[in-house]
Ligand binder design. Structure first.
Ligand code: ADP
Ligand code: MG
Length: 472
């Protein structure tokens, strides 16, 4: 008989569901370190007894309903009926990650650990997962930087900072409020105590050498010693991002695809008669399922891919800054961030590279380390520093928030809002989309359509689709 399913014991804190911390504070490692896996001992006894146990186990896990349950999960995560029959080896990396997630959901563990689950999903799958987890019967511990997702599923937040864990009840917005209050109180108490200490110290200093007051001075000194040691609030450095925009404006048309057909393989057409356009005022956000063609459209707009039919028109003054979906894989990992910029934009003083990196929070020793040793978020910042160095007037960003922590996502949103040029981006982070986007494009079935009602309308469309197709 094979070993029975794993039992997972969890030993982080008794708090509950969500872990949250800055990039580089290694929440992932915390998760891993917190799990001990034990196999149950094999069943003992006669074959009949073993068989009875197997049957009872099958009943317990509702084996007869398993295929239906599996297909609801797979469909929710975006696997079409045809894909559900495909061998797993035929799936690309992104889809395999989804399979792993599906497997974890299907197993219904006592403790479900999710490390940035929304990174590999599209808006539709995220929305489905939010809904699915609403009725999850046991504990979930999730690390995520997707603020909307956290608000939808978290009942408790664990904040990892300065080598410690602080627990908060409630969702993410409540956490933010309670944290601010907690810090404000901590700072007030600290300042009040400082004042009190000073007051006593003045007395001590004044009468230190006065024999008549010696016993009073002694008792005041004792009082000081007995005061609890309070600490001031450690200020987390604020993340600020700014995209340079001291360029001359020019008038439309700026960037267009006109009646474009495109395929990599003629048997699988990605776009037919695609027409889209953007200008320097554009704040466009593109959503759509995995594999719908979002990255392909961005590359067509960039001019990296050439249409099979139709034309791309780009203004001659257009200078595009491109952030690819796989920027981390494309950075040279063996050199330092300073050297990386020096190779890309040679012949400038080292000071200039350092200054540029510093603007994105890569300063001091961080800038001199091999890029390989930086966290995902830090690598993204190096990529931002590289992208903005030539001062583009138009940004095309493919899933830029994937490795960023919330403060940086927020900072990126504000930087894009303040930027004077045009922006087209692909994202599945609802909050980020709402922050930046003024136009929502949905990429599906070989074309791109503009959703006039923005994200709310898109959400409603998806909910309606889930209901119709019985995914929930
Ligand atoms: N270089 C390529 N060669 C062949 N097929 C590709 C290539 N890049 C993407 N595809 C295929 O084109 C389709 C659209 O991909 P992509 O634009 O990356 O989608 P999205 O960004 O929306 O997830 C997918 O079916 C993908 O497998
Ligand atoms: Mg893509």
């Amino acid at each position: 008989m094979t070993p029975l399913p794993c039992r997972v014991f969890w030993k982080v804190t008794p708090y509950g569901k969500t872990c949250y911390g800055r990039n580089g504070s290694s929440v992932s490692r915390l998760l891993l370190a917190a799990v001990w896996v034990f196999f149950l001992p094999r069943a003992e006894g006669s074959e009949a007894a073993q068989l009875a146990e197997v049957y009872s186990k099958l009943e317990e896990i509702e084996a007869d309903k398993a295929p239906a349950r599996a297909s609801v999960i797979l469909a929710g995560l975006g696997f079409t009926p045809k894909m559900q029959q495909q061998p797993t080896r035929e799936f690309s990396g992104g889809w395999r990650m989804r399979l792993a997630l599906a497997r974890a959901l299907f197993a219904r563990p006592d403790l479900l650990l999710l490390d940035e689950p929304t990174n590999m999903l599209d808006v539709r799958a995220i929305l489905w997962l939010e809904n699915y987890l609403q009725s999850w019967p046991s504990t979930i511990l999730v690390v995520s930087h997707d603020r909307n997702f956290l608000n939808a599923i978290a009942t408790d937040i664990i904040h990892l900072h300065s080598q410690r864990l602080d627990g908060y009840r409630g969702d993410f917005e409540t956490f933010i409020k309670s944290k601010q209050e907690r810090l404000l109180n901590q700072q007030r108490e600290y300042e009040a105590q400082q004042q009190y200490r000073q007051h006593i110290q003045v007395f001590i200093d004044r009468f230190r050498y006065n024999a008549n007051r010696a016993s009073q001075v002694q008792s005041k000194l004792k009082m000081l010693e007995k005061l609890p040691e309070l600490k001031p609030v450690d200020k987390e450095s604020e993340v600020v991002m700014k995209f340079p925009d001291g360029f001359e404006k020019f008038s439309p048309p700026i960037l267009q695809l006109d009646e474009v057909d495109f395929y990599y393989d003629p048997k699988h057409v990605i776009f037919s008669r695609l027409s889209v356009s953007a200008d320097l005022e554009s704040r466009i956000c593109v959503v759509g399922e995995n594999g719908a063609g979002k990255s392909t459209m961005l590359k067509l707009l960039m001019g990296d891919l050439t249409p099979v039919r139709g034309i791309r028109h780009a203004h001659r003054n257009l200078k595009i800054g491109y952030f690819s979906q796989h920027h981390v894989e494309q950075l040279d990992l063996n050199v330092s961030a300073v050297e990386l910029l020096a190779r890309k934009f040679p012949g400038r003083p080292e000071e200039e590279y350092r200054h540029q990196l510093g603007r994105y929070g890569i300063s001091g020793e961080l800038a001199m380390r091999p890029v390989a040793s930086l966290s995902g978020g830090q690598k993204s910042r190096v990529a931002f520093a590289q992208m903005t160095m030539p001062c583009p007037n138009f940004y095309i960003l493919d899933e830029p928030t994937n490795h960023l922590d919330m403060e940086t996502i927020e900072a990126l949103g504000h930087a894009l809002n303040n930027f004077r040029g045009g922006v087209i981006l692909v994202s599945h982070d609802e909050r980020f989309i709402r922050l930046v986007c003024q136009e929502l494009w949905v990429c599906e079935k070989g074309s791109v359509t503009r959703v006039e009602g923005g994200f709310d309308q898109y959400r409603a469309l998806l909910q309606e689709q889930f209901r119709r197709e019985g995914f929930l």
